[in-house]
Each structure stands twice: as structure tokens, then as C-alpha cells.
Design a binder for this molecule. Structure first.
Ligand code: ADP
Ligand code: MN
Ligand code: MN
Ligand code: MN
Length: 341
């Protein structure tokens, strides 16, 4: 038997964006614990905006397990928040109610800024701006990316791979101090669990550098010529990959147009600051699609058209603070309105 450190992680009740929370319990297991072996646990919901003070217990139900290579016998446990009966999902528990489909594949491109002392990493001390955007995207050298950012993003990648998270890549982004990683997963819950855990691992890693992760979609404001952060959501269903066709594609895009407001409602807060029609975005109140068009709401990859309208599409509207559970579910909800024949 060995003592394992189980870090139970959940989303709190703050709005519009929940915070990640975590606390540790120690339990003995013969070997690395399986999901079924992990017990429910409780926490004080009155401290996380999930309960009133007089009856404040909420329950944590483990739903996904990841090895934590930063600790001896470390385990990261993604949890859903349940009512005290342990069976009823808490109102803040989006995961419990979303649509899922193991044959729906999602690729999330998470953009974010690393912040130190109230400004993006590499911005001049005492205020002001570094030279304008241009050489930061995929940049190399101290001038472009600074000195600790690379160590952070590379370590983050290793920790996520150790955890079994399906990272597909990382890159320095358009603004100074801005980065991106991509995660691919099959099924909305699976892909979104991985994204939340990757966010958690990044935030925790940054603590020791005195750095914060700023997930806001326009942290420098809408009035300056500095990029915002998105979480482009690439998706494909079995039908899109195997049958596809121009007619189905056009019907799908008509449905996306019809439900554009419902999509924007779960694509992250303050998105009007980011979806302006500038900086490779479409305006928030319009829906369009375009082949290889990075100024469209949905970008259609060349590969999709070349394969007779089969493959995946990129919804560019979700932002960096969006909840991947809700985003994936909304996409599936709209897809479900389109007849397959
Ligand atoms: P770009 O920056 O050019 O938009 P990225 O390489 O950052 O592209 O991201 C592409 C994303 O598309 C990746 O997250 C990848 O996992 C995802 N992807 C690739 N194929 C599929 C597919 N068939 N279904 C869903 N997502 C996919
Ligand atoms: Mn990308
Ligand atoms: Mn990007
Ligand atoms: Mn993209």
C-alpha cells in the first residue's frame, strides 16, 4: 500500500466565469487509483458561492483522474459538484447536463496571457507598451518572448503529457506575453475535462514564478491595437468526417446562423470586446463562414473542401474564458437540429 495525494478539483459558483478550486486528501491504495476507487468528498459551499452559510455542505463526485508528476504519488481528480444527497447535480455543475457524443471530436486552441505585476510578461516596468505586434507570434529570442515564458510553457506541456492530457501543440501568440496550447479529445466531456485540467496545471505551475495566467478575452482593452484571446473550437462529428457533402455543410451553417445568439451566450464573457471584425475576428452580431478565412465566425479548412466537404470546422468565436463543457454542448445541440439526409 502507498499513500496517494488526491487533489480534488472543481469549478466554483462565481459568475460569469467559475474559478478552479482544489483541496487534497490522502488515501492508501495498492497502485495508482482508478476512478471507481475514488470516494465522494465534501466541501464548504458557502466559501465558493455554492451554498448558504446555514447548510453549506456540497459534495465532490470524481469524474476523471490524471497522474500528477509534480508530486510523489500525486493524483489530479476532476470532480462534479453535487447536492448533499450526492445524486442531484448542483446548479453550477454544467458538466452533468451537457450533450455528449463519443464520436464528436473537439480540438480547443487555448490562448492566454502570462501576467506579472499587473501587465503582460515582457511589458516595460512602470507602464507603457513594448514595440507593436509583429514579431511576437511564433517568435524566438529574449526580445520576442522574454526569459521565463518559454520555461513555463515547456514545463506546462511536459506536465500535461505526464498527466495523459492530449496536447497537440503550443505556440507564442500575436501579442507579447500571449501564448496558446491546443488540446484534442473525443467526446465533449473528455475534451473539456482535459482543457480544465490543463488550465489548472498551468495556473498552479505559474504560482512559483510569481506569474498569473490572464484568461480574459481582451485584457489590454478594446481600444488598443493588441490582440485578444480566443479558444477556437474545432469540431467534427462522425457524419461530418465520413459522409459530409456540400448540402449538409450548408444546412449546418444555416443552423449555426440561426442559433448565433445562443452560441455567443456560452462562448465566454466580454466577447463584444474581442469580436469586433478586427484582429482576425468577425463582429459579435454577425455570422459567416469562409474557406481559410480567419476573419470569419467559422473557418472552413482547405482540407474540408478538398475532401468534398468532409472533416472538421473551426468555430473561431469562443473566447479564452469560455467553459469548454458549455461550448462543446452548444455545438452538439445545433448540430442535432440538422437532419442527416
Ligand atoms: P490554427 O491555429 O491554424 O487555427 P491549430 O493547429 O492551432 O490551428 O489547431 C487546429 C485544431 O484542430 C487542433 O486543436 C486539432 O486538434 C483540431 N482538429 C484537427 N482535426 C480535427 C478533427 N477531425 N475534429 C476536431 N478537431 C480537429
Ligand atoms: Mn492555433
Ligand atoms: Mn491562436
Ligand atoms: Mn485557430
Amino acid at each position: 500500500m502507498a499513500k496517494y495525494k488526491l487533489e480534488y478539483i472543481w469549478l466554483d459558483g462565481y459568475e460569469p466565469v467559475p474559478n478552479l478550486r482544489g483541496k487534497t486528501q490522502i488515501k492508501e491504495f495498492k497502485s495508482f487509483p482508478k476512478l471507481e476507487e475514488l470516494p465522494m468528498w465534501g466541501f464548504d459551499g458557502s466559501s465558493t458561492r455554492q451554498a448558504e452559510g446555514h447548510s453549506s455542505d456540497c459534495m465532490l463526485k470524481p469524474v476523471a483522474v490524471f497522474p500528477d508528476s509534480t508530486k510523489k504519488n500525486g493524483v489530479l481528480v476532476m470532480c462534479e459538484v453535487m447536492m448533499p444527497d450526492g445524486k442531484t447535480p448542483h446548479r453550477t455543475n454544467a458538466r452533468a447536463t451537457i450533450l455528449d457524443d463519443p464520436d464528436a471530436w473537439f480540438g480547443f486552441e487555448q490562448e492566454y496571457f502570462l501576467y506579472k505585476d499587473g501587465a503582460p510578461l515582457g511589458f516595460p516596468k512602470g507602464g507603457g507598451f513594448p514595440p507593436p505586434q509583429g514579431k511576437y507570434y511564433t517568435g524566438v529570442g529574449y526580445d520576442a518572448v522574454g526569459c521565463i515564458a518559454r520555461e513555463i510553457v515547456d514545463t506546462h506541456l511536459d506536465l500535461c503529457l505526464d498527466a495523459g492530457i492530449n496536447h497537440e501543440g503550443i505556440n507564442a501568440e500575436v501579442a507579447k506575453g500571449q501564448w496558446e496550447f491546443q488540446i484534442f479529445g473525443k467526446g465533449s466531456k473528455n475534451a473539456a475535462d482535459q482543457m480544465w485540467m490543463a488550465r489548472y496545471i498551468l495556473m498552479r505551475l505559474c504560482e512559483k514564478y510569481g506569474v498569473d495566467v490572464n484568461f480574459h478575452c481582451k485584457p489590454l482593452g478594446a481600444d488598443v491595437d493588441w490582440n485578444g484571446s480566443g479558444m477556437h473550437s474545432n469540431f467534427s462529428t462522425k457524419h461530418m468526417r465520413e459522409v459530409g457533402g456540400k448540402k449538409y455543410f450548408e444546412a449546418l451553417m444555416a443552423a449555426f446562423d440561426k442559433y448565433k445568439n445562443e452560441h455567443i451566450a456560452v462562448y465566454g464573457p466580454d466577447n463584444h470586446m474581442r469580436l469586433t471584425g478586427l484582429h482576425e475576428t468577425q463582429s459579435i452580431d454577425k455570422f459567416n463562414y469562409g474557406i481559410a478565412n480567419r476573419g470569419a465566425s467559422v473557418r472552413v479548412p482547405h482540407s474540408f473542401v478538398n475532401a468534398d466537404y468532409k472533416g472538421y470546422l473551426e468555430d473561431r468565436r469562443p473566447n479564452s474564458q469560455g467553459d469548454p463543457y458549455k461550448i462543446a454542448s452548444r455545438i452538439l445541440q445545433t448540430v442535432a437540429t440538422v437532419p442527416l439526409k
